[in-house]
Design a protein. Sequence first.
Length: 410
Amino acid sequence: MFQRIRYRLLLSYLVVFASLLGIFAIAVRVAFTRSLTEQITDKLAAIGKGAAANVEFEKGRLTIESDFHPQDLIASHQALQWFDTQGNLITQQGKTVLTLPLLSNNIVQVQTGKIPIQAVTVPIIGSDNGELVGYVRVSQSLDEFDETLQKLDWGLCGGIIITLVLSSVAGILLTRQAMQPIEESFQRLKQFTADASHELRSPLMAIKINAELPLEYPDEISPKDAERFQAIASATNQMTRLTEDLLFLARTDKVPNQHLDNLNLTSILENLIQLYKPQAEAKQINLKFQLIANIHLIGDSVELTRLFTNLIENALYYTPSGGVVEIKTSRVGSQVYVNVQDTGVGIAPEQINKVFERFWRADRSRSYWSGGSGLGLAIAQAIAQNHGGLISVTSQLEVGSCFTVRLPVS
């Protein structure tokens, strides 16, 4: 139980920490990408302004006197393009040329494809009259930009992975230290429960014997005294059952199952059906069954008998007269499923998750029924888990409940 709690705490811690790291990594990447893009844009704009300053407008024509050598542009994966006011290409230099049409209202253009390119358009203003005489567009390949982002991504991912690994180790140590006092307190509580239950068995047995002894001689006691002794014996039986159940639950997590044998589960269920058939008939309940023959598994016959006894007793108790209780087995691969279904009072949806809690009852207004301790389903769950299985429940109010036990077969 505590191992599962530790795993859940560690998993929750890692999920929260990984989410924070992920948000931080995304924020860093977005900020770095924006900053790098602005740097490229500023650099291209500066180159464009320099190229525009070397353009002369004479007799209605642009004369280009570029100080940029094509070899330098090619080495830098850049290109220059000159346009007139109508957006017609006049000339160009370099190989990384943007093929998109000139958009004078868009200063920055990006071309995607095999080679991504970013371009900045700078207007050319005549020195004589200050009028617009053309445009120069500077473009640059974004391969280096993408490589830089890829290196950043690898660095961030690697940092996150290393941080999570180190955090996992630290989380394991921290959760172990955090859970240790709780585990010790729980173990002391279990030990106290086991010791108290064990010590109560002897005085309860003495009370039971002394309460039942006068009932063997009804002629020597009055009817009222007989009722009192009967009430004492009944309460003692209930307390005995409660102490036995508490002792079982206190020991079940730390005492391994020592009586494992190759069992015939079908025989166990058939014996229980025969045992409870008279009780079902007395209550006018139809006890039905569909059992697969010779289902063998490794387990403790006493504990498995107790598991299905608790389920059948619950079904018979909460099913009204005229109802149906059905026991059915099925096999899927290496698992056997045992369904104990009834047409009883059912369980509210909001209480389904509580049915296996200790001392929980479907109807809390009822008093404890004959010998009941409120621990039957908790014990059934513990036995199923001790055998490597699971127990689950589906239910609907005023329709009934179905408890399903899944066990590994041999």
